[in-house]
Design a protein around this ligand. Structure first.
Ligand code: TXA
Ligand code: MG
Length: 339
């Protein structure tokens, strides 16, 4: 079922929200928009319902899910006692694109946490997600609503392409805002550790709690990531992506060289760089890093097999939201080159 909430009157959307909540409460999977990406939801307290998420996505069983709740009171119901800095983070960044890894109190089904003693919880900041979670009044487990390994969905059409026929419904709330997943922060130790960079930046977090660490696995591929999901192939476009650190001129020389070998080249770059490049297909991602983040997944899905042979994407500075953009690009890339 596809409920379009973007272009409809209030009574109809109210009915759609209630139908979706009923399906979730009855153990079905429903996709819904959040401010980051679309999520595929199921009742987090129902093991069979949660199993439906893993099945629909083809997700590895050892990769735990995020429990979504409407507010702080509901978050507290899923975890052991909060330390003061966690309260400060919750007050500063929720609702919003920040996911807290905390000691679980066992309320959610075992397969939500993939057997870990911790649980990831988030309070999304999107009117549809908020309304849905309020209507259900249960925690909703929700990974990104894509087939495992593909870029996360930022419009309902991406969910439809990936999961049509495998899930009970999609609430279409139009394009998501942030466009990249939430920041996952481990709050089980004295100093918080970022396991996945995302919508809330390290700089923003440090303003509230002082020192914040990065999981060493984010910088070094040899380290074992603390977030199970970070070890898998991710965000893969249909054609190989080369992430290239270099000037526009250097990138142009590379394009020319590859075209001489007969390859058709797709380009992902900032508006500024895109303006000066010549290639077979060019997608300008945006002027600012926030725009680039918002447009990245849609762009990765645009390049189709048979139309271009490789995608060359320029590397961006790893600061602010650029940290999350580069984290996703490195995972999407088959090679990372420095000119
Ligand atoms: O923005 C988002 O976070 C989106 C929207 C739908 O809310 N959701 C999302 O979920 O990105 P997913 O499943 O694609 O990513 C969840 C990440 C994975 O890397 C997973 O391994 C990690 O969170 N995670 C979940 N529970 C964890 C835990 N207990 N300890 C460490 N990492 C955990
Ligand atoms: Mg995902």
């Amino acid at each position: 079922k596809h409920w379009n909430l973007t272009n409809t009157d209030k009574t109809y959307s109210k009915q759609a929200m209630q139908e979706a909540a009923e399906l979730l409460k009855n153990g079905y999977t429903v996709a819904f928009p959040t401010e980051t990406v679309y999520g595929l939801g199921a009742d987090a307290t129902n093991e069979a319902a949660v199993a439906g998420i893993f099945q629909a996505k083809g997700r590895p069983q050892d990769n735990p899910l995020i429990a979504h709740v409407a507010n702080k009171q509901q978050l507290i119901q899923l975890v052991m006692e909060l330390s003061p800095y966690v309260e400060n983070l919750i007050d500063a960044f929720t609702p919003g694109p920040l996911t807290f890894v905390l000691p679980s109190n066992g309320t959610c089904a075992r397969n939500v946490t993939a057997g870990l003693s911790t649980i990831a919880v988030r309070i999304p900041d999107h009117p549809v997600a908020q309304q849905l979670l309020t209507n259900c009044a249960i925690p909703i487990a929700a990974p990104s609503a894509n087939i495992s390994g593909k870029p996360s969905p930022t419009v309902a059409g991406h969910v439809w392409n990936d999961l049509n026929g495998r899930i009970a419904g999609i609430l279409d709330g139009g394009p998501t805002g942030v466009g990249l997943e939430s920041t996952v922060i481990d709050c089980t130790q004295e100093i918080p550790v970022i396991l996945r960079p995302g919508g809330v930046t390290k700089e923003q977090l440090e303003e509230v709690v002082g020192t914040v660490m990065m999981d060493p696995a984010l910088a070094d591929q040899k380290e074992q990531p603390k977030s199970p999901g970070m070890k898998y192939t991710h965000y893969s476009p249909e054609v190989p992506l080369w992430l290239v650190d270099g000037s526009a001129q250097g990138i142009q020389e590379m394009i020319n060289q590859e075209q001489k070998r007969g390859l058709r080249i797709g380009i992902l770059a900032s508006v500024k760089t895109a303006r000066v490049l010549k290639a077979d297909e060019i997608i300008p991602l945006g002027e600012t890093m926030r725009e680039i983040a918002a447009n990245l997944y849609e762009a990765l899905r645009t390049f189709k097999q048979g139309e271009v042979d490789i995608i060359i994407c320029e590397a961006f500075p790893e600061e602010g939201i650029g940290q999350a953009v580069m984290n996703r690009l490195k995972k999407a890339a088959s090679t990372h080159l420095t000119l």
